[in-house]
Design a protein around this ligand. Structure first.
Ligand SMILES: Nc1ncnc2c1ncn2[C@@H]1O[C@H](COP(=O)(O)OP(=O)(O)OP(=O)(O)O)[C@@H](O)[C@H]1O
Ligand SMILES: [Mg+2]
Length: 268
């Protein structure tokens, strides 16, 4: 398995990437000598505490770094045609003045396909992400939809260009648990439907366990640990990774505690 992976050509290869912020003579390195590789169709997680550099790494990949940031070292090689990103809070990346239908279609029109084709494609993808009544929804503005629906719109828009790589930056943190699970299963289906590769940015190891075969752990701008999901879960090396894994809600342990609470409650 490992040797098969190694002989395959990577879809994305980040080598020795460093990103620096410059503000009034002050310099701050947000990403330090990062190496990261994703193979076609592979689901990979980038996990790290707040401020560790996950978003800045992903913005480097799609060429959308803020103006005061620059790549000071390293290379990013992408061998596919298209890559898309889904942001944490879709409200900030959807145009509030544009109806949903136009918004989804727009991302494909850039590619130069006809309006009708773009519309058909948008309808197909919207349905795939669980936006059933497309006639009605395509006529809505972003503020008229729920958070879960907006996230579905974001996924449908992202898929309009048939990206070989999808970056999802905390795609479900703003959503309630049941909507989270629905969005995650839509993302899970992308592998079998389109062979899309995924870079999933998250703090949530339960989600990583479900979706990703490999993990990169980021800490203070550096990749401090990487490996197959099951191996990292079994034998984490970095203290931050250990702490994260300890915080996974353990169904078995919760179950053991239950009779105690139940007993107390019954005695009242
Ligand atoms: N526009 C900016 N100007 C200056 N510093 C920034 C800017 N954006 C991010 N940073 C800094 O770069 C570092 C990395 O930020 P980044 O947004 O990549 O963290 P993150 O791992 O995505 O965190 P979170 O989990 O909270 O989203 C942080 O120290 C952050 O304060
Ligand atoms: Mg972030």
């Amino acid at each position: 398995m490992e040797s098969k992976m190694n002989s395959q050509k990577s879809l994305l290869k980040i080598e020795n990437l460093s990103v620096e912020f410059c503000s009034r003579q002050k310099k701050f390195t947000a990403v330090k000598n990062v190496n990261l590789e994703i193979f076609p169709g592979e689901f990979v997680a980038l996990v790290g505490e707040s401020g560790s550099g996950k978003t800045i790494t992903s913005l480097s990949i799609i060429d959308l770094l803020p103006e005061n940031a620059k790549i000071t070292e390293g290379t990013i090689t992408f061998t596919g045609k298209n890559k898309s990103i889904i942001f944490q809070e879709p409200m900030t990346s959807l145009n509030p003045l544009l109806k949903i239908g136009k918004q989804i279609e727009e991302s494909a029109l850039i590619k130069g396909i006809s309006k009708q084709e773009a519309h058909n494609q948008a309808e197909k993808l919207a349905k795939m992400t669980g936006l059933e009544d497309t006639k009605k929804i395509f006529n809505c503005y972003p503020h008229e939809l729920s958070g879960g629906m907006r996230q579905r719109v974001m996924i449908a828009s992202a898929l309009m260009t048939n990206p070989e790589l999808l970056i999802a930056d905390e795609p479900t943190t703003a959503l309630d648990v049941s909507t989270q699970n629905k969005i995650l299963s839509i993302i899970q289906n992308l592998k079998s439907e389109f062979n899309t590769a995924l870079l999933l940015i998250t703090h949530d190891f339960t989600v990583v366990k479900k979706l990703c075969s490999r993990i990169y752990i980021m800490y203070k701008g550096k990749i401090v640990e990487t490996g197959k999901t099951e191996e990292i879960l079994k034998n984490p090396q970095h203290p931050y990774t250990k702490a994260l894994i300890d915080s996974i809600p353990d169904a078995k342990r919760r179950h053991e505690k239950l009779p105690v609470h139940f007993g107390e409650w019954q005695n009242e």
